[in-house]
Write a protein that binds this ligand. Structure first.
Ligand SMILES: Cc1cc2nc3c(=O)[nH]c(=O)nc-3n(C[C@H](O)[C@H](O)[C@H](O)COP(=O)(O)OP(=O)(O)OC[C@H]3O[C@@H](n4cnc5c(N)ncnc54)[C@H](O)[C@@H]3O)c2cc1C
Length: 456
């Protein structure tokens, strides 16, 4: 069993071009900011973006290969996070060229980190029911409201803010989408601690904060269309494993985390540092990449668990083997679906609902990875390490450097089937928009938002 991916002819040429570019440009003595500027402006940080938005208009399946290749060749990957995954493609699709040159440039070069200010205490699955208000004040808007589950809000320079700009029209029609400065008075970010021990997401309280009219993406009251672009990118990106921290590095974008001035060779995964990219003719060995945190462990898929099963001596267990084969098959199905989308898009078509199918499939993979990981880990899977001292103690007690990551992955596994829209919501969308089933009965498409019943 292998997880190697097959390269089509066009893809092989593209990866050849990338290897040559890395050979000429990767230099571990640059700062992180200098490296990301080279990578981003050359179109390799976000090659899926259009060519007028610092991209190469590449298919998503190829973007994942590019990210893997950058890491495998020893260079720092693109600036990970929601800026690259969500804000950049949304601004590229709905923003003006001026906005693209301003915001997307700062994203692909890692200068600014973004968060997603969509969900509210009363508006998750029913996102269009959001109540955060933005009221015009000359060339600016004044914003008041509360967001929740804001991943990375404590490290973000900017947020993709959805706010209600007209409550007197039906709910989907009175929402606007802003590029919102997080580092200003009136924005209070409060981290929420998860059972993993980390604080990935936050509550964000917004009180009389300001946002310029020039930061409106897609026009007044047209935010729902832009929000859908963000959500489709989130679902497709999560489903394909793209847009992540691929590239084997530890650096995070933006002004808050403090990585931009560091020497880039010091923040690549140690085994890769030192310019392995200079040996650009070497065949990459993706199988040797090791998982880092919970998310990368979940994305490590069958290869990571096969290694673990071998090291634990349970690779001969028939049940474990069967589930490993199932996990591998789900991964391959995802890859083939990515290739199908690429082929159809190259003919000018599309496959409706694929981002939703991809996200549902990712949920299945995550759950199976959690259950299989814990089964392989055995009793050690009940132990969790909350800090570096705990991790060292756990490693010492079990003799297994992966013991902590398996439980962390299992504890985190509840999250991916929720964020970006729950499994139930994906099924509703597929039912209504792809299969043509009737919508749930509701009058909220015609009733002004101000007249709809609300919980709070
Ligand atoms: C780890 C994590 C990170 C997140 N990061 C962000 C972020 O950065 N930014 C952001 O804006 N949001 C973020 N979210 C929020 C996420 O998008 C919401 O949690 C999600 O959309 C569900 O909304 P909710 O939590 O309000 O649940 P609800 O909408 O209250 O749903 C509760 C339950 O009811 C079900 N349900 C609801 N409506 C229907 C329906 N019509 N048909 C069938 N079932 C239904 C749901 O499937 C769910 O099981 C994050 C969430 C998590 C878990």
């Amino acid at each position: 069993m292998t997880t190697e991916t097959t390269e089509t002819t066009g893809t092989a040429e593209l990866l050849g071009e990338l290897r040559a570019w890395l050979g000429d440009n990767w230099d571990p003595d640059l700062t992180v900011a200098e490296w990301w500027e080279r990578l981003g402006l050359a179109g390799w940080a976000a090659p899926g973006l259009p060519t007028n938005a610092y991209g190469k208009a590449m298919a998503r399946s190829d973007v994942v290969l590019v990210q893997q290749e950058i890491g495998a060749l020893g260079a720092l990957g693109p600036p990970a996070g929601l800026g690259l995954l969500l804000a950049a493609p949304t601004i590229a699709a709905h923003g003006t060229q001026e906005q693209i040159d301003h915001y997307v440039r700062d994203i692909v070069t890692g200068q600014k980190a973004w968060c997603q200010l969509f969900s509210e205490p009363q508006a998750g699955s029913d996102l269009a029911g959001l109540q955060t208000r933005a009221v015009r004040d000359g060339d600016e808007w004044i914003v008041n409201g509360q967001k929740v589950w804001t991943s990375g809000g404590q490290y973000a320079d900017l947020g993709m803010l959805l706010a209600r700009t007209d409550p007197e029209v039906p709910k989907h029609q009175g929402i606007s989408y802003f590029a919102f400065e997080m580092l200003q008075e009136g924005v209070d970010v409060r981290p929420l601690k998860e059972m993993t021990g980390h604080a990935l997401f936050n509550e964000v309280f917004i009180t009389d904060a300001r946002v310029a009219d020039s930061a409106l993406i897609g026009g007044v009251n047209n935010g729902w269309a832009a929000a859908n672009t963000t959500l489709m990118n989130e679902r497709a990106g999560l489903g394909s494993g793209g847009g992540s921290a691929a590239g084997g590095g530890l650096a995070q974008p933006g002004t808050v985390m403090g990585f931009l001035g560091k020497r880039v060779g010091d923040v690549v995964a140690p085994a890769a540092a030192g310019g392995a990219a200079k040996k650009s003719d070497e065949k990459s060995d993706r199988k040797t990449q090791q998982p880092g945190g919970a998310l990368s462990a979940l994305r490590g898929g069958a290869a990571m668990l096969i290694g673990l099963a071998r090291s634990r001596g349970v690779n001969t267990d028939a049940g474990v083997r069967q589930d490993l084969a199932r996990l591998y098959t789900l991964g391959e199905l995802g890859r083939f679906n990515g290739l199908r989308v690429k082929a159809v898009k190259e003919q000018g078509g599309d496959i409706p609902g694929m981002p939703n199918v991809a996200k549902l499939s990712m949920s299945q993979i995550v759950r199976l990875t959690r259950d299989l990981g814990l089964r392989i880990a055995g009793p050690a899977g009940m132990l969790h390490a909350y800090d570096s001292d705990d991790k060292a103690a756990l490693k010492h007690a079990t003799g297994d450097p992966f013991a902590g990551s398996i439980t962390e992955m299992a504890l985190f596994a509840q999250a991916p089937p929720i964020y970006g829209g729950t499994d139930q919501v994906q099924r509703n969308i597929i039912g209504e928009r792809v299969l043509g089933l009737p919508k749930e009965p509701s009058n909220d498409r015609v009733t002004p938002f101000s007249q709809l019943p609300k919980n709070a």
